[in-house]
Design a binder for this molecule. Structure first.
Ligand code: AGP
Length: 609
């Protein structure tokens, strides 16, 4: 949600800024804007809609040769998506331009005070208030940085922001509190962004700001400090990402690319972490020695959406392999219900982006109450990764499509390793541990086999693409798989999909079964096979079509369609059973002509409540 780009150097700024915005489109937004500074004048161009609308608007006037500027993609929170509410926002004199991610919680009070002081506000946004506040502070502050610092003292909420002052063409001031800001260090030029995706085609040398930190950035240098004026010292780090990671590379869309990257992503997550000799896993980033691992009496996984479902798969794995109680809960519920924090529990905060506000808030609540919390995060340097300080990185590589595929898979793979490790410091035998190690090593090849069956899943998806509703059903290991399958379908195809525990069907939802209500039933080859076959029979007896997703040998004619998955170790079945459901959702959405990578109303990173 929302994206920030800033540039200062010797290149013409507008194309650099607009290209940066284009690279942030995947995050979700509904308007875009750019402000450039030249000869003491700030020129702002904005457009509701897509970055291409902004490009068209820019093409209506002569291109500016300005070499400094800021730009933004906005996901509406305060006020509708419109040209007026799009960022950048200016103060009354047009001296200060601001782009801002996050939410200013005391915006109403700040705006009311500005109006009482005679300021005419032209937008409905919280951000506009910042421009006026900073401009007012400039009357007495010795520098732009000091003015920003002073203005932010009265601001409550979250922000990542960049400020441009028409009287200071040689600097940008940036600040961060709860919304990421990263500086890109070039050769005689500097970039600013909310996400490295906007920078990596220019530079891989980056500086991540911490919460409560500001920076003054010029073409050849930067200096950082805290909100209370203490200097900080930040050396650039090199990110292990290249521009190609954000390109389609011959694929029609990012979801397809990312589904096909899964075998490689799994191999990356496993690399150097499996130990054949002791039949265990090494997860050095946890920072927990065997004694600390043995002291864990319970594991709780916290995440939102698909990350929560991955957590549910993780909880099943921990209970099965380590025999300690484990469960998963939506991070949003956890943070709001004044949770009892168990001093003997290990909490695992799960997030692809590392920015999801509800998950971040859950981590903060846990830390405040003294809970032991680790991260399972994909984006290095992200807010949740930093807040946790320890954990397991997912190594899925950048995920651009709103629908999570490879990151979710790597979450579950990582939890299998965590469960193995917790099991091996307890009673999981070396033989059982070795079986899991072997099963994990085989996963990339098994996923390749599933992807090779894409055309068959496509055929089935087309057969049922007319359905307005679908059930996804599973038991125990199959239950979070069913939830994730339903989530994927809803999210990108807009078909109403509901997940149920198979045994719950007869307690109510069975009334909905008829020829127009297909059910996707998850059938692992495990001790519940007969029960799952029974579920399918109950549905078909009432005229409901069934698609079985299975690695078992089902009786001929049991289901209308069967999607076959290769066999692996039973505990790891959820990982493999999830993959064909991605393909099913993908081909349903394609058959319905949906925008695969940018489903309506959704954003890749949900950084607001
Ligand atoms: C997944 O397909 C969804 N787009 C969504 O549920 C996502 O998993 C959720 O918003 C959590 O995101 P995170 O992993 O970046 O925290």
């Amino acid at each position: 949600m929302c994206g920030i780009v800033g540039y200062i150097g010797s290149r013409v700024a507008t194309p650099v800024l607009v290209e940066g915005l284009h690279r942030l489109e995947y995050r979700g937004y509904d308007s875009a804007g750019v402000a450039v500074l030249r000869r003491g004048r700030i020129t702002v161009t904005k457009a509701a809609g897509r970055v291409r609308d902004l490009r068209e608007r820019l093409a209506e006037s002569a291109p500016s040769p300005a070499t400094v500027g800021i730009a933004h993609t906005r996901w509406a929170t305060h006020g509708e998506p419109s040209d007026r509410n799009a960022h950048p926002h200016l103060d009354a004199e047009g001296r200060i331009a601001v782009v801002h991610n996050g939410i200013i919680e005391n915006a109403e009070q700040l705006r009311a005070k500005l109006v009482a002081d005679g300021v005419e506000l032209v937008s409905e946004t919280d951000t506009e208030a910042l421009a006026h506040l900073i401009a007012a502070e400039l009357a007495t502050a010795p520098s732009l940085e000091d003015a920003v610092r002073a203005a932010l003292r009265g601001v409550e909420g979250t922000y990542g922001l960049v400020v441009l002052d028409r009287t200071r063409p040689d600097e940008l001031v940036v600040a961060r509190n709860g919304s990421p800001i990263v500086l890109g260090v070039g050769d005689g030029e500097m970039f600013v962004a909310s996400d490295v995706a906007a920078l990596v085609h220019h530079t891989q040398r980056v500086v991540f700001l911490d919460d409560g930190e500001l920076a003054t950035v010029s073409a050849g240098a930067y200096r950082t400090s805290t909100l209370d004026s203490r200097r900080t010292s930040k050396e650039p780090t090199t990110v292990d990402l290249v521009a190609d990671d954000y390109e389609l590379g011959g694929h029609s869309d990012f979801m397809r690319k990312e589904m096909y990257e899964q075998p490689e992503a799994i191999a990356r997550a496993l690399r150097g972490r499996l130990d054949e000799r002791f039949a265990t896993a090494h997860l050095g980033g946890l920072g927990l020695d065997p004694m600390a691992l043995r002291a864990v009496k319970r594991v709780k996984f916290l995440g939102c959406g698909s990350a929560y479902y991955a957590g549910q798969m993780g909880a099943t794995l921990v209970e099965e392999l380590a025999r300690i109680p484990a469960d998963a809960e939506p991070a949003s519920e956890f943070r709001y219900r004044n949770p009892v924090v168990d001093p003997d529990a290990l909490y695992v905060a799960i997030s692809q982006s590392g920015e999801t506000l509800d998950t971040l808030a859950a981590v903060q609540e846990l830390r405040r109450k003294g809970g032991l919390v680790i991260g399972a995060v994909n984006v290095v340097g992200s807010a949740i990764a930093r807040e946790c300080g320890s954990g397991v990185f997912l190594h899925a590589g950048p995920e651009v499509s709103v629908a999570s595929t490879k990151a979710l898979t790597n979450m579950t793979v990582s939890f299998a390793m965590l469960a193995l490790l917790l099991g091996r410091v307890r009673d999981l035998s070396a033989a059982a541990g070795q079986r899991i190690v072997t099963g994990l090593r085989a996963l990339p090849e098994r996923v390749d086999e599933i992807l090779a069956g894409e055309s068959e899943v496509e055929r089935i998806a087309k057969r049922f693409a007319h359905a307005r509703h679908m059930f996804f059903l599973g038991r125990v290991r199959g239950w979070p798989v069913a939830r994730e399958g339903a989530q994927k379908l809803k999210e990108i195809s807009y078909v109403h999909a509901e997940a149920y525990q198979s045994a719950e069907l007869k307690h109510g939802p069975l009334a909905l079964i008829d020829a127009e209500m297909p059910s996707v039933v998850i059938v692992p080859e495990d001790e519940l096979l007969a029960k799952n076959i029974g579920t399918i029979e109950q549905i078909r007896a009432r005229g409901g079509p069934v698609i079985a997703v299975t690695n078992a040998d089902l009786p001929d004619g049991l289901a209308d369609e069967v999607i076959r998955v290769p066999r692996g170790e039973p505990e790891l079945d959820p990982i493999l059973l999830t993959v064909p459901l991605q393909l099913l959702a993908y081909h349903t959405a394609t058959a319905l002509g949906r925008d695969i990578d940018k489903p309506r109303n959704l954003a890749k990173s949900v950084t607001v409540e």
